[in-house]
Every structure is written in C-alpha cells, then in structure tokens.
Design a protein around this ligand. Sequence first.
Ligand SMILES: *Cc1c(COP(=O)(O)O)cnc(C)c1O
Length: 203
Amino acid sequence: GLAPSCEGVLLSGGSMANITGALTARHLRGEGVIYLTDQTHASIKRGLVAMGQSAHAIRVLQSDAHYRLSPEALRASITGDLTRGLQPLMVVATAGTTNTGAVDDLPAIADICAEYGIWFHVDGAYGGPAALCERGRAVMPGLDRADSFVVDPHKWLFQPYDIACLFVREPGALEQTFAMYPEYLADVTGSAVDMHNRSLELT
Ligand SMILES: *Cc1c(COP(=O)(O)O)cnc(C)c1O
C-alpha cells in the first residue's frame, strides 16, 4: 500500500535503514526536532546522536498504557516546541515494537504530521511484513501514508543477514541526499539505478 512514487535502497539492517531515512528527512527539510517514544528501537536514538542530532532536538515521549505513541502526547510536544520557536522535523512511529509488538496509531500520527508538515517515518523493521497479508494489514492501517518506511527481510521474512529495505515516498530524495560523482565512478554511471547514490554505502 505504499505510494507508487516510493523509491528504495537496500541497507545492512534496520539500524542503518532508519538512520538513512532520518538523514534524508533532515537533508530535505533542514534541522529540527525528532520525536520518538520509550518503545522506539534503541538503535534509532543511537543513530540520531551519531548523525549529529542534538540531544536537545530529540524527544522521547512516554508511551501509553498499550506501549503505543500517544497522539495527544505527540501533539502537546509539537505545540510546545513550536511555542518555543523550535521546528519539528520528523516523527518516528513503529509498526510492531520489538518489546511487545505494539503498532502505533499510524492514521492519527499521519494526520498530525500532515497538519504540521512533519516527516512521517514508520519503523516496520520487525513487524512490517505483516502488511503482506489481509489480517496483518488490518492491524496497521496508515502505512501507505509514510514518507519513509523500513522493513527488515532478515527478520520475519527469514532472509540471511544483512538486508533492510528503506522506502522513501518523494522521488529523487535519496539521490538528492546521497549522490556523489567522483572520477573513479564515472564509468559505472548509466541508465540503471545507482544504488551507491542512495545511501552512505558504496560497494
Ligand atoms: C531489529 C529492529 C531494528 C534494528 O534492525 P537491525 O537490522 O538489527 O539493525 C530497528 N527497529 C526495529 C523495530 C527492530 O525490531
């Protein structure tokens, strides 16, 4: 159900794929606050810090009684930041948390992101493959609204290490963020997609 405009790249794992999504969001939209919960995969906060995201621009929201991102808490945090003159950049929702399998309320979060012009990222590293079947799709509506989405075939799809997929809705966004054209790669630039221009990975 992802937007047909989505483009993607394969990465070594969910950790790298989520951060590649965050780097893309920041490159396109500029610096801003990134919203997580206490149930967001730990690799994301670690990656954000590694990519130079200030600790002051990372919000770790308390999850609700069902370990989900609370849309009310999210909205309160966003409006608080706006009042203080801070720019919201990206919300990280999870479709299948690693601790409990909780799926965030993606439609409600997508609505808030649309309202404030915030990048909507969904981490489906572990739970995303559920969307391949009717029953799974029914528990994670709103995936189709993601600006970026991550799924790890080396988890529930039982593929070998290391494979993660990052999908980004905006065509050309990955190339805008990562493309480079040094002399020694000139002879491999052609009509095919150059995957080395879609992330920090090269060979
Ligand atoms: C496993 C997992 C990750 C990290 O993926 P790796 O492939 O181990 O780097 C990120 N998010 C979620 C929800 C996960 O379950």
